[in-house]
Ligand binder design. Structure first.
Ligand code: HEC
Length: 246
């Protein structure tokens, strides 16, 4: 009898131990869920940067995008620049230099404007303002040329920058538009296309990301981490060991 009683207590202790072990596993499951949740956020970041970073990291093919760009829309975007810039032929310098013919001219070269040392140093390295350098500069002027006097937050949208570059091209630019380069276009549009189609709805992210996508909303997180990891694991131990103890 006392053996049986001992067995009962031992069983109870064992069962408690396994419950605790199960809880530990569950809590580790919770932590691993948070790891799962982060890739979920990454999906959102990928969405945001899909249009931005993909196109920024892979500069567009100017021979392609300038043919379809909208200079009129670029003129509207240029309203944001007008507080500092005039882009008319012979227009005055303002807070910023006159931008007539800026595409194709040397950085920091417009007469009568007191450029920053940073812009002069940039001009010493970069002989002309081509599409690509303007594209990068106006995305985030101070990030691109540390110390520039152009205190403008930047144009995050690639298409805004492309359109304003198309507008400026009509303002006295001597820079030719290159022939389309399909290889660059493919490289530039492929990441953007997958990000655009895969980011917003589930389909693109579905194969790898479906559990992740649901996992971001906290409750299904147990669905993401649970069934695979601790779900089968903990119950198995609890079922077999206490059973044998009793
Ligand atoms: C708050 C005022 C301000 C705004 C707004 C602004 N800029 Fe500027 N911009 C400047 C200043 C100042 C400089 C000279 C920078 C320096 O010397 O470091 C400059 C320089 C430039 C240059 C180089 C010119 C050269 O001669 O080397 C370009 C190109 C340019 N800006 C384009 C733009 C465009 C496009 C926009 C609108 C999307 C814009 N800027 C908005 C103030 C501004």
């Amino acid at each position: 009898m006392s053996d049986l009683t001992f067995n009962k207590y031992a069983g109870a202790v064992l069962a408690t131990a396994f419950v605790i072990a199960g809880l530990v596993q569950l809590s580790s499951g919770v932590f691993s869920q948070e790891k799962v949740a982060k890739p979920g956020f990454k999906v959102e970041v990928a969405e945001d940067t899909g249009g931005g970073a993909a196109a920024a990291d892979v500069p567009p093919d100017w021979g392609t995008v300038l043919k379809t760009a909208d200079p009129a829309a670029g003129a509207v975007v240029f309203e944001k620049c007008k507080s500092c810039h005039n882009a008319d032929n012979g227009g005055a310098n303002g807070t910023g230099p006159n931008l007539w013919g800026v595409e194709g001219r040397a950085p920091a070269s417009h007469p009568g404007f007191a450029y920053s040392d940073a812009m002069k140093a940039f001009g010493a390295k970069q002989p002309i303002w081509d599409y690509e350098h303007i594209y990068e500069f106006i995305k985030g002027p101070q990030a691109y040329i540390n110390g520039t006097k152009m205190t403008f937050v930047g144009l995050k949208q690639p298409q805004d920058r492309i359109n304003v570059i198309a507008y400026l091209h009509g303002q006295g630019s001597n820079l030719p538009i290159p022939a389309p380069n399909p290889a660059v276009t493919a490289a530039a549009t492929a990441p953007a296309a997958t990000a655009a189609s895969g980011g917003a709805p589930a389909p693109g992210a579905a194969p790898a990301g479906k559990p992740v996508a649901t996992g971001t909303t906290a409750t299904p997180a147990t669905g993401a981490g649970g069934p695979a990891g601790n779900g089968p694991g903990a119950p198995q131990q609890q079922a077999s060991k206490p059973g044998s103890a009793n």
